[in-house]
Design a binder for this molecule. Structure first.
Ligand code: 5RP
Length: 215
């Protein structure tokens, strides 16, 4: 499977243009993208990173990591996903970086998502939906999600996000209205962000393979 991730990550280099600030996601597929980006480091202006993990990898290659507040809007964001439906709507957050990922996706004109074939689904929800929560709201949010969606929230115990928050993973959802569910879950006090990327889906999806498939 890592071969498919490598092929997807390397294909995303096609979207990088000279002088760009590149938005960079998080995860094992993105790690291949970062490693390939290293070869272009003197031709790009730098990167905006979605996690401490990606920041460390970017810096290890000598790629400048910039503040989104200073760069303004980005032309390109490259990130992985845990699930992708035929409309390029995604579940993300398996690596607990969903909030910063969502911020950079929103700030970017083109979101290129890089996945291996196992991430493709007809209906989102087989992968437990990650939700970043303010710690004191964990049980409140869990109760509300249980009563409104019927999904089973499980606390990802021991995991603290880069923002100092906690993660709930919602099991047993069949997400037939991803935009509606994203909107509904975002209303619960204490929810920082929802790992559904439906209102702002990917623009291009690269499925790693020989050759890679573009959706
Ligand atoms: C991190 C993410 C990742 O993009 C997602 O978990 C996919 O990771 P990988 O490329 O390792 O399969 O959303 O928060």
């Amino acid at each position: 499977m890592s071969e498919a991730k490598r092929l997807a990550g390397e294909k995303a280099i096609d979207y990088v243009e000279d002088g760009m600030v590149v938005g960079v996601g998080t995860g094992s597929t993105v790690a291949y993208f970062i490693d390939a980006l290293a070869a272009l480091k003197d031709r790009i202006a730098g990167a905006v990173s979605s996690s401490e993990q990606s920041t460390a990898r970017l810096k290890s290659h000598g790629i400048d990591v910039l503040d989104l507040n200073a760069t303004g809007p980005l032309h390109l964001y490259v990130d992985g996903a845990d699930e992708c439906d035929p409309h390029k709507r995604l579940i993300k957050g398996g690596g607990a970086a969903l909030t910063r990922e969502k911020i950079i996706a929103e700030a970017s004109t083109k979101f290129v998502c890089i996945i291996d074939p196992a991430k493709r689904v007809d209906v989102l929800g087989r992968f437990p939906l990650p939700i970043e929560v303010i710690p004191m709201a964990r049980s409140l949010v869990a109760r509300q999600i249980l009563s409104t969606t019927g999904g089973q929230p499980v606390w990802r115990e021991g995991v603290v996000t880069d923002n100092g928050n906690w993660v709930l993973d919602i099991h047993h959802l069949s997400i037939t209205d991803p935009v509606g569910l994203e909107r509904e879950l975002n209303q619960i006090p204490g929810v920082v962000s929802v790992g559904l990327f439906a209102r702002r889906p990917a623009d291009v999806v690269i499925v790693g393979g020989e050759p890679p498939i573009l959706l």
